[in-house]
Write a protein that binds this ligand. Structure first.
Ligand SMILES: [Zn+2]
Length: 448
């Protein structure tokens, strides 16, 4: 919950970064114990409301009511969990309950009220924890020593900006989400983004962002590394499934320990893949914002293609559009634009990739990257042409005389291991059989 601020104070945005925890086995036990206790708080609220429903009473859902019930439960009810931590669970429950109630009121009957869960994230607000570089002190219940843990990386925010930390368990590991109040960027006079300078953004698969700005300037961010990562992940997943298919449990049968281990490894690989793609998309969005700030672009008009994603386009293309993660691509750009003081609007992109930006005649969408117009002999990059069309429809100053001429090329995810053979990925077959330092081909374990 954002705190109240005086209207004169500089504008801020809230940003969250995740860091892993480096813990000893004993610390891990204590932290998991906290998450289990949070799960107990959650379960207690569910049970309380089940009783109330049986008595035909109104359920307790508001934060204040739940806090009163917690206070009535007395100290020491929830293991090592302190009051602030327990209250954050009540806040989470209350928010989830009201969000569901609102959706159901709006006619969405698939919305479900909160259900039982074993581990519930715990949030501590400013003043209850301490953060010193990579060391984090989490409070515990009265009479118990606080927990000191180490983060596995430096945080991107100065400690004074950090407002809350959230302890979570995800993908078999413990993490903290650190939320900070980041001030919106300030610029020297004459260098601030100008809202009248509009750039159009076309979202794509090969090029996550193609941007056409004023004065015929353009930016193309290549996403081939991301696509390579998707392909390798898909091939890797297939190989894994094939290798273990013979010991997959039958429906209704409990899996063996080996099978459970396999499932765990599969989940870890899945999560690593998701992190890699998200990271690369963040980098791509950052590139766009840096480019826009340097050119004093104050408005980004982003073509939103989500209308076309619902259409069935066949097995391969459906997979491609799912891999695209368009929602994250837009959200990452929006967040960074907001922090940079650039406004972003989503606009309908229909027809922008099949219109000539010079003479506005309709042309069939080309299969390759080059768009050439049969009526006015314009040729140019397809995605940049689409971006120029989006800009032109939303007040951008691109004219036929100054079509995108000065193009900056950038790559997203250049760090991804699948991007070139020189970057060694354990999923990739060794390209020189038996070469020194080569991990060699990964073979499945021999059948028992
Ligand atoms: Zn034309």
């Amino acid at each position: 919950m954002p705190r109240r601020r005086s209207p004169q104070s500089p504008r801020v945005v809230h940003r969250t970064a995740r860091a892993g925890l480096r813990v000893t086995p004993a610390q891990r036990r204590r932290l998991l114990g906290l998450l289990v206790s949070a799960g107990d708080v959650w379960a207690c609220v569910l049970e309380l409301n089940a009783w109330r429903r049986a008595r035909q009473d109104r359920p307790l859902a508001s934060y204040q009511e739940l806090c009163r019930a917690l206070a009535a439960a007395g100290p020491g009810t929830f293991g090592e969990l302190d009051t602030e931590g327990a209250r954050s669970v009540l806040r989470r429950y209350s928010d989830a309950w009201f969000a569901t109630a609102q959706r159901r009121k709006g006619g969405d009957h698939r919305a479900r009220f909160p259900r039982r869960r074993a581990l519930v994230p715990i949030r501590w607000y400013h003043g209850t924890f301490a953060l010193e570089r990579r060391r984090l002190r989490l409070p515990a219940a009265r009479g118990r020593p606080p927990l000191w843990v180490r983060l596995d990386r430096d945080l991107p925010y100065p400690p004074a900006q950090v407002r809350s930390v959230t302890l979570i368990y995800d993908a078999g590991r413990l993490w903290v989400d650190v939320t900070a109040e980041v001030p919106v960027a300030c610029y020297p006079a004459g260098q601030e983004p100008d809202p009248a300078r509009v750039a159009g953004v076309d979202l794509g698969i090969i090029h996550p962002y193609a941007v056409a700005g004023p004065d015929g300037q353009g930016l193309l961010v290549s996403g081939r590394a991301i696509r390579a990562e998707h392909r390798m992940h898909l091939a890797d997943g297939k190989a894994r499934r094939r290798a273990v298919a013979h010991r997959a449990p039958k429906p209704g049968q409990k899996g063996s320990r080996r099978w459970r281990h396999h499932r765990r490894r599969q989940r870890l690989a899945e999560d690593r893949h998701r992190r890699r793609v998200r990271q690369a998309q963040h980098e791509a969005a950052k590139t766009v914002i840096t480019w826009a700030v340097a050119r004093r672009v104050g408005t980004l008009a982003v073509g939103d293609p989500r209308g076309v994603l619902k259409l069935d386009a066949g097995r391969k293309h459906n997979q491609r559009t799912r891999d695209w993660r368009i929602g994250h691509l837009i959200a990452a750009l929006k967040d960074k634009a907001e922090a940079a003081g650039i406004s972003l609007t989503l606009v309908d992109e229909r027809g922008t990739s099949s219109t000539c930006p010079a003479c506005r005649s309709r042309i069939p969408k080309p299969a390759g990257r080059v768009l050439s117009c049969p009526s006015c002999l314009f040729t140019g990059h397809r995605d940049l042409a689409a971006a120029a069309n989006i800009a032109a429809r939303n007040g951008g100053g691109t004219t036929s005389a100054s079509l995108v001429a000065d193009v900056t090329h950038r790559r997203a995810g250049a760090h991804l291991p699948g991007v070139s053979p020189s970057r060694r990925d354990p999923r990739r077959r060794a390209h020189h059989r038996g070469a020194r330092g080569s991990p060699g081909r990964h073979r499945p374990a021999p059948p028992t």
